[in-house]
Design a protein around this ligand. Structure first.
Ligand SMILES: [Zn+2]
Length: 264
C-alpha cells in the first residue's frame, strides 16, 4: 500500500515537472543580422540608432511566432530577415502589433500559379495571402522578395505588398479599407482618393504601377509599396496619398524627409 502511494507521488511529481511550462526562450536572431539589415534594407539603414534598435526588436518578435519554410528552395538567414523586414516596415508605427492572421510563410523558387500553387504552367503570381485551407499562410516568390529590397530606385516590394494585404485583412476583409487603422473621418476622403488615382492609372496619367488599378485592395497594397520604398518621391508626386497613408500606418517612413514619430 505504502509502496503504491509512494509510486503515485513519484509519478505525479514527474508529470508536474514534465508539464511545467518551460521559460520562453527568445528565438536566436540570424548570425550577422545587423550587417545584413544595414546592407539590404534601406528602411532600416535610414533609421537612427533608437529606430534601428526598435526595428531589430520587432524583427525578433516576428520571427518568434512565424515559421518560414522553403518549398523546393532553401531558406537562409537573409531570406528570413527580408520576410521579417517586409512584415515590420508597414507596422513600424504601431507600438504593439502581432499578425494574428499569420503562422507560416512559404518561399517558392519563383513565380507560381494562383490556382494550384504550381511553379510550372503559367505561373504569374509573385506573392499571395492564403484563404480557406491556406488561411494563416503567405506564399512569396523568393526572387521577388529579394528584388523588392535589391532595387533601391524601385517603387515595388512584393513582401511589403503581401503584408499590407494582411493588415487590410485585420478587419475581416481585404478591400483597401483598413477600418481598424483609419479614423472614421478619413474613410470618405480615402475612398475618393483611391477612385481618383485608379482613374488616373487607367488613363495612363500616373506613375503608380498599373496593377494598382485592379481594385481598391490592390491599389492600397501597390500605393503602400511605393510609399515605403520611395517616401520622398511619393510625397512630392502624391502629397494627398502620402498624407493619408501616413495616417493609416502611423508613420513617416525614414528617408522621406519627415520627422518620424517613434520617439524623436
Ligand atoms: Zn495584391
Amino acid at each position: 500500500m505504502v509502496v503504491a502511494f509512494v509510486f503515485i507521488i513519484i509519478v505525479a511529481l514527474a508529470m508536474f515537472f514534465a508539464l511545467r511550462k518551460k521559460p520562453a526562450v527568445p528565438t536566436p536572431m540570424p548570425v550577422g543580422y545587423k550587417e545584413l539589415l544595414i546592407k539590404h534594407v534601406a528602411f532600416y539603414r535610414n533609421l537612427d540608432d533608437a529606430g534601428q534598435l526598435l526595428f531589430r526588436q520587432k524583427v525578433q518578435s516576428f520571427l518568434g511566432y512565424v515559421r518560414i519554410h522553403g518549398v523546393d528552395t532553401t531558406v537562409d538567414d537573409l531570406d528570413k530577415l527580408l520576410v521579417a523586414a517586409s512584415a515590420v516596415i508597414p507596422i513600424f508605427g504601431f507600438p504593439e502589433w502581432k499578425y494574428y492572421n499569420l503562422t507560416d510563410v512559404l518561399l517558392y523558387p519563383g513565380n507560381f500559379s494562383e490556382t494550384n500553387f504550381s511553379t510550372t504552367g503559367n505561373p504569374d503570381v509573385l506573392g499571395m495571402v492564403g484563404e480557406g485551407a491556406m488561411q494563416r499562410m503567405m506564399i512569396l516568390s523568393k526572387p521577388a522578395l529579394h528584388n523588392g529590397f535589391g532595387n533601391t530606385m524601385g517603387k515595388e516590394n512584393t513582401g511589403i505588398h503581401e503584408f499590407v494585404h494582411l493588415i487590410d485583412k485585420d478587419d475581416g476583409v481585404v478591400d483597401g479599407l483598413p477600418e481598424e487603422l483609419l479614423e472614421k473621418k478619413y474613410t470618405i476622403p480615402w475612398l475618393h482618393l483611391m477612385a481618383e488615382n485608379i482613374a488616373a492609372i487607367k488613363a495612363g496619367k500616373s506613375d503608380i504601377n498599373v496593377y494598382g488599378a485592379t481594385n481598391h485592395a490592390e491599389f492600397f497594397a501597390v500605393a503602400s509599396e511605393y510609399f515605403f520604398a520611395q517616401p520622398a518621391l511619393f510625397k512630392t508626386i502624391h502629397p494627398e496619398l502620402y498624407a493619408l497613408l501616413s495616417q493609416i500606418f502611423h508613420q513617416h517612413p525614414p528617408g522621406g524627409g519627415m520627422r518620424n514619430n517613434w520617439g524623436n
